[in-house]
Design a protein around this ligand. Structure first.
Ligand SMILES: [Zn+2]
Length: 288
C-alpha cells in the first residue's frame, strides 16, 4: 500500500516527460489513454524474466524498467527475483537508459525510474523484530544467504534502506488520526524539488534533482561546514560508515535539508541519512 502511494508524492509529469512515457507505453502496446499524465507505477511479479524486466525481442521492446520511466518500479520480495534480472538493473539505474541489442536490430530505451524494493529481514520474516510471541527461527547462515541474493553493488545503488516494523492493529485503526495525508507530504516534496530546481537554474548544479547531482555538484551545494565534516570524517574512520556510500549520503542529506527548507547540510541531516543504510550493517551485529 505504501509503495503504490509513492507516485502520488511526486510532481506531475512535465510535457516532455509525458511524451517520453507515452511513446514507451505505445511501443510496448500498453497505452490506454491519450497522453500519459500520471507517473507510471509498475510492480512486476518476481517470476518476471530478465528480458521482461529489462527489455527483449527482435525488434526490441521496452521492459518494466522502461515502462516505469519517470515513475516507480516496485519489486516486492526483492531476493526472489532472478539474479540476472536484478544485476541487469544496475546499468540502467546508473545511466537512466538501457540498450537492447539483438541480431537484426538494437534500441536504446529511457529507463529513469525510481526503484523501490521490499524484502523480509530473513526467510521466516521475524529476524530483528521484538514482537511478542514471534521469534525468528532462521539460522544466521540462512539469514546471510537470503540477504546475499541482493548483491552489494545492487544495494549500493539504492539510496535509502529502511526497516519497517510490523504495525500493531491498534495503530492501524487509529491511522486516520495520526498519519499525515498524501497532500501534506506531497506539498513538502514539491517545495524541496523547487529548491533543487532553483539551484540548477542558478547554475550551481548540473541537474534539477538531487538524485542526479555529481560529486562536483555536491562539493558546491551539499558540503557541510568544517565541524560537521570533521565529525563525518571521524565517523568514517571508526568504520561506522563506508567511503563507498559517501556521495550517496551527501545527496540524501542535501534532500533532508531541502525538505526542511534549510540552506546548509547539518550534522543531523547526515546522521539521519546514515540511519537509512540498514542493509550495509553486518547481520551478526543486528542479531547481537
Ligand atoms: Zn527468520
Amino acid at each position: 500500500m505504501l509503495a503504490s502511494r509513492l507516485p502520488g508524492l511526486l510532481p506531475p509529469l512535465g510535457d516532455e516527460e509525458a511524451l517520453e512515457v507515452t511513446a514507451l507505453h505505445s511501443v510496448a502496446g500498453i497505452l490506454q489513454e491519450g497522453l500519459v499524465r500520471r507517473r507510471p507505477f509498475r510492480a512486476p511479479h518476481h517470476t518476471v524474466s530478465a528480458g521482461g524486466l529489462l527489455g527483449a525481442g527482435d525488434p526490441p521492446r521496452p521492459g518494466e524498467v522502461s515502462l516505469a520511466h519517470e515513475g516507480v518500479l516496485f519489486l516486492d520480495e526483492l531476493p526472489e527475483f532472478p539474479r540476472s534480472a536484478l544485476e541487469g538493473l544496475r546499468q540502467p539505474l546508473e545511466d537512466g537508459a538501457i540498450r537492447i541489442s539483438r541480431a537484426r536490430s538494437a534500441a536504446t530505451f529511457p529507463a529513469r525510474s525510481l526503484l523501490l524494493g521490499a524484502m523480509n529481514p530473513c526467510p521466516c520474516g521475524w529476524f530483528g523484530f521484538r514482537v511478542k510471541g514471534r521469534t525468528c527461527n532462521c539460522t544466521l547462515d540462512r539469514v546471510k544467504s537470503y540477504r546475499a541474493r541482493v548483491s552489494g553493488p545492487m544495494l549500493d545503488r539504492i539510496d535509502l534502506h529502511a526497516a519497517v516494523e510490523p504495525v500493531p492493529i491498534a495503530a492501524l485503526m487509529n491511522e486516520a488520526a495520526t498519519a499525515e495525508s498524501t497532500a501534506t507530504v506531497r506539498a513538502r516534496v514539491l517545495a524541496a524539488r523547487a529548491l533543487q530546481r532553483e539551484r540548477f537554474l542558478r547554475g550551481e548544479t548540473s541537474a534539477p534533482i538531487n538524485a542526479r547531482l555529481t560529486p562536483g555538484d555536491l562539493r558546491r551545494v551539499a558540503r557541510p561546514r568544517k565541524e560537521v565534516r570533521e565529525l563525518l570524517q571521524a565517523t568514517m574512520e571508526q568504520g561506522k560508515l563506508s567511503a563507498r556510500v559517501y556521495h550517496k549520503l551527501l545527496r540524501v542529506a542535501r534532500t533532508m535539508a531541502d525538505l526542511e527548507g534549510k540552506t546548509a547540510v547539518e550534522w543531523l541531516h547526515l546522521s539521519n541519512a546514515t540511519g537509512f543504510r540498514v542493509l550495509d550493517r553486518p547481520v551478526d551485529a543486528e542479531a547481537a
